[in-house]
Design a protein. Sequence first.
Length: 395
Amino acid sequence: MMMEDWLLYLLIVAAIGIGWWLGRRELSGGPGNVPPETLGPNYYNGLNYLLNEEPDRAVAAFIQELEVNQDTLETHLALGGLLRRRGELEKAVTVHENILAHAQLEKSAMLNVKLELARDYLLAGLLDRAEELSLTLSQESGEIRQQAHRITLEIYEREKEWRQAIEVAKLLAVGDDCKQYEKAISHYYCEIAEDWLNRKDPEKARQAIREAIGHDAVNARASLILGRIDVSEGLYREAIAALTRIKDQEAVYVPESLSQLKIAHEKGGRPPEELRSYLEECLKVVPSISIVLALATSMRDEIGDEAMAKYIANHLKHNPTIRGLTQLIDLHVDNTSGVAKQNLTILRSFAEALVADKPAYRCHECGYEGKKMFWHCPSCKDWATIKPIFGLEGE
Ligand SMILES: [Zn+2]
């Protein structure tokens, strides 16, 4: 746990204790008038737990004693929120349910507590309970309704219920939020398209991709999937048209398209210069080592290993990457013998070890890093925010 969290936690527990104590003083007729015997046993227990650094038991003791009303509501909510941040979801649920069970709150305050509870359920993976509560809250108006829709949307994303997610996201895609939710809807359709592709139904996949493009014309993922559908059906010219759109949509995803693009060019019997000139155009926008290697490979037969190595080395001068270096070593290993070959092989294993545990992708929103490409960030749940890492240890 973070140190600040811990301090804040102790402070809130102390605040609950003090609030409770002040409440007692008022009940018993004002300051300086509190005979020790009027403090309930839970107060002393709570204090003991606190002193013994057992804040969890202190919390339990205090929430039992401290009445929930408009004045103490914020403290209870802060405690619930903090428990949730610490990942203690069961305790957060207890705190929020306790508020609802005891408080004579105004309606708006009560609805806000219910939203908190729905979030607890969602994070705890109690999706049925979260959905039931968030759907009830969706019947309200204004900000509560919007918040409830957002929780419902997260539930459907977790359940991979993309059709239902689309319906809710359409309700949210208004005003300033329009672009953000249109992008999400486009990705829900991409998810549906991939499902159809996996079930070997390219026609249904195609329909879904049309919708995906309709909601976000610059979604590079839609072009990638469309390229895959076309390749799977032998429509190589169409596949190339779809895949080469990515350069203008979001060039960082060009490396993701290279394998399909290569297949489409080879099976479609296209002249090699065509692919090369496209890749050269891409390199002007995004200096990716994958593109350099694809280009170099396509020229290998024509220009030979030595010229290919020179080409890679030239790119590495401006944009050094370890992946490029290992490729360069490979080319030299093939053409040397004896001690030189041994030394190069050792050098290669060092270079490989340098990047072995390094992530290849990073989320631009939350900083999540991983070796695998995800369209939906596992951490911040945003769409298409994970991109290849550029630099020495990446692309
Ligand atoms: Zn993220």
